[in-house]
Design a protein around this ligand. Sequence first.
Ligand code: SUG
Length: 460
Amino acid sequence: MTASTVFEAFAGSKGFEANFDGLVGPTHHYGGHSFGNVASTGNAKLVANPREAALQGLAKMKALAEMGYKQGVLPPQERPATWLIRDLGYTGSDQEMIAAVGNTNPGYLSAMCSASSMWVANAATVSPSGDTNDGRVHFTVANLQNKFHRAIEHRQTERTLKVIFADPQYFNVHAALPMLAALGDEGAANHTRFCRDYGVQGVEFFVYGKQHWGGTVEPQRFPARHTLEASQAVARLHGLRDEYTVFAQQNPAVIDAGVFHNDVIAVGNQNVLFCHEQAFLNSQQVYAELNRKFGAGFNLIEVPTSAVSVADAVKSYLFNSQLLAKANGKQRLLVPEECCNTPDVWAYLQHLVQDNQAIDELLVFDLKQSMQNGGGPACLRLRVALTEAEAAAVNPAIWMNGALYARLSDWVKRHYRDRLAEGDLVDPQLLIEVRTALDELTQILNLGAIYPFQRHGSDE
Ligand code: SUG
């Protein structure tokens, strides 16, 4: 299908979905920092290839843009986080501080070098203008308080989003919720929106891992990163309507099986919810509420355990897929290559598309570098439903097209290493390489001075 036919499909509609993918940063490596994310801990200390990681991500962005989907880029964050090292009492030049941490505690330095901001499904929760009381697009930056290496992302995320979605007539970017376990917020990874038209009222579906006050059931083995209280705060901040908002608890047993975010076990788009039968606690009640609040035409595709085990869902990232609207009213499912290598999953997918139900086409991408850290296709993108006027107010330099793809691929090839292990993070040259690359990137994407090294070392 050509770009024009995709847009014809949305002709007369009041909005469309844009995907903003996180560009993988030059310090991408395997730190083993995410307890509860089995890929992250299982692949700790593997040697990474940041160049390949970034190019794999760019190839996905380019392919979607070529298919006619609106595709944007979100820049990586500055790592090593030298402002944090200094805040923790280290002194001397940036290079001296990096050496002091790295030579005594390499894991600590690794956490402060994590390229985890690539998984922008955790950057924020987004409510499109059709759902909010003031008719603006609202973003709440996720605090990611459960993991050290991710809790240090929110200030830069806020700055970056405020530069890209700058116009207060259309956008409101809220700061992260307070850094408290009771308000653990993992952003859009635990949020889905159903709608008939991206530009009008939809149903927002928040999935939390536990209720901090008054909750009874919790996972026993791995942490529930996200609380009901956080989701409720986001819904209030965004001015959502109760009659179109659903809160559901993730099944604690699947968190204990490695489903650290709901987007590892469920994905939704338009009127379709594609999920595993074990995804939610009290699933029948959850489906009934979604059906009632959405109205006629809600389409549930529930995958039974007999077809795909939870272990295979976690291994293959079947549900960490992107559902993409098609001109024929159906959906494409963009899955990682690991789905092809997991026999039950691949057999299920063949059957799914042959059945010609709501999902009738598969797209397969090699995202292995990110996958080995537990980040699949859906983790790498933040969905923002926009009207034409809102899209026109977005910083235009971040929209993916052939020219930007060529420029960014060339930039990656010039600045990124093809090998990075934990021991390389103390290399003083790496800091220089990263800053040179990011400085050039802010020019390519017309972002201004967003990074601490461009702001006298400040992350405020
Ligand atoms: O938070 N991995 C990320 C993966 C995020 C996936 N996002 C979504 N499901 N939307 C995380 O666990 C691993 C980094 C390391 O161990 O080096 C990491 O942070």
